[in-house]
Design a binder for this molecule. Structure first.
Ligand code: SF4
Length: 426
């Protein structure tokens, strides 16, 4: 009988794409993939260590799968595995802890007749890399395409350079080969992912060259950049978005804080003014561009006044939304040793205010498109509505009897419904 295996992903888009690759490594003649709630024999958890919550989430998941099957064998792989190492191996039912350097070999590691508990977290080398399998997504519309890994920036709050190693780029031809296979399999939009993708550099080729080569793939219709550091965005990228390109008019640029004092303490590479200048230039150059950001609240030393600076900046800037993260100490991050930590209730209240502001900003962003027609890539049907996204990342829902899956169709945008827009086929 086939063994039942479940995969579970915490954290970012890159982790999602990597879980899809890990899954491809398993021989499906031997395994049946099930949901983690469906009594699996083995669970592979791709972990995240960005916040304390990520750590607690892993422990909770291990306990949950144990309650379902007390004999379950758990593999914890990825970022948290890389930095917390043996601590994780002590969790009940955890048999393998495998860091980022070898997680793609998970299937082979499991197949070996190794010791009862295995800790495999070698140092990650700085070399360029290839990805062993194509990470097809089950949902046949948009797929993640990994182009880069690691980071050399060492922001003071961030553990990623330790968890994922130094910045390195995926071999150019390897990216193109996966992109062709993904688009041949029906994916119409590819989302370029990595940790610091603007620093892509493979034998002199930059992210711009990657995008230009991807544009040559006929069946591919949209290319989207996921998150990108503000200081790494080439002018040519903005020019492409403004012109006739497959590159979506969408930029997610992490701001993290809206005061120079906090930005400096965070070791970010820009001042508030530089960020503002860039953002306004992008808005003025690319009509209708969707601009999103990340912000951390409660960084050590963030006084009420400094927080208000961030709040007011976010209020003024042309963002369509922001992701709000509550600061938490990470063992390897410099800021864990900073003084003036902010009490939890204050952090919670600041987060609440920013999340509420983000929702308002999203509605304001939607407002400008009502009555217009936009092309929507439809993904799935849920509760009577077909749902998809525009090039500018507006979630659109329409009622239709037709099967719209994986089609790009013009839709008239009619009304705002929470964090989405209801439309009608044009
Ligand atoms: S740019 Fe800063 S926040 Fe982003 S991964 Fe690198 S160190 Fe972390």
């Amino acid at each position: 009988m086939k063994k039942k295996i479940a995969f579970y992903t915490f954290g970012c888009r890159l982790n999602q794409s990597e879980t899809a690759v890990i899954r491809q490594g398993f021989d499906m003649r031997e395994y049946e993939v099930v949901d983690y709630r469906n009594d699996p024999d083995v669970v592979v958890v791709n972990t995240c260590t960005v916040t304390e919550n990520g750590d607690a989430d892993t422990r909770r998941l291990v306990n949950r799968v144990r309650r379902i099957n007390p004999q379950v064998e758990v593999a914890l792989v990825g970022c948290q595995a890389q930095v917390q190492k043996s601590q994780l191996l002590e969790l009940p039912n955890v048999k393998w802890v495998v860091g980022n350097g070898r997680k793609f070999e998970m299937a082979e590691i499991m197949a070996e007749d190794g010791p009862d508990k295995q800790l495999i977290t070698p140092t990650i080398r700085k070399n360029s890399f290839t990805v062993p399998f194509v990470g097809f997504e089950q949902n046949l519309t948009r797929a993640n395409l990994k182009v880069q890994d690691g980071c050399d920036f060492f922001c003071s709050f961030c553990e990623i350079p330790y968890a994922r190693g130094r910045a390195r780029s995926r071999e150019f031809d390897d990216i193109l080969s996966e992109a062709r296979q993904l688009s041949d399999a029906g994916h119409r939009e590819l989302i370029l992912t990595g940790i610091n993708i603007g620093t892509y550099d493979y034998e002199g080729k930059s992210l711009v060259e990657v995008i230009e080569a991807l544009e040559e793939i006929k069946a591919l219709e949209r290319i989207r950049i996921s998150s990108i550091e503000p200081t790494t965005i080439a002018e040519k990228i903005i020019a492409k978005m403004a012109g006739d390109s497959k590159l979506c008019r969408y930029l997610h640029v992490p701001l993290q804080a809206g005061s120079d004092e906090v930005l400096q303490a965070m070791k970010r590479k820009y001042s508030v003014q530089e960020f503002v200048d860039f953002l306004l230039m992008a808005r003025d150059t690319v009509p209708g561009i969707c601009l999103g950001t990340d912000v951390i609240v409660g960084f050590p030393g963030e006084t009420d006044e400094l927080f208000e600076e961030t709040y007011n900046l976010l209020l003024d800037l042309p963002f369509a939304y922001f992701h709000v993260f509550s600061y938490s100490d990470r063992d390897h991050a410099k800021s864990s040793r900073f003084e003036n930590k902010i009490p939890q209730p204050v952090v919670a209240e600041r987060s609440r205010r920013l999340r509420e502001l983000s929702q308002r900003k999203r509605r304001m962003y939607f407002q400008q498109f009502l009555g217009e027609t936009a092309a929507v890539l439809f993904e799935q049907q849920k509760r009577g509505y077909w749902s998809g996204v525009t090039e500018t990342y507006i979630r659109v829902k329409v009622e239709s009897e037709q099967n719209l899956k994986n089609q790009i169709i013009p839709v008239r945008l009619d009304t705002i419904d929470g964090q989405a827009v209801i439309g009608a086929l044009a």
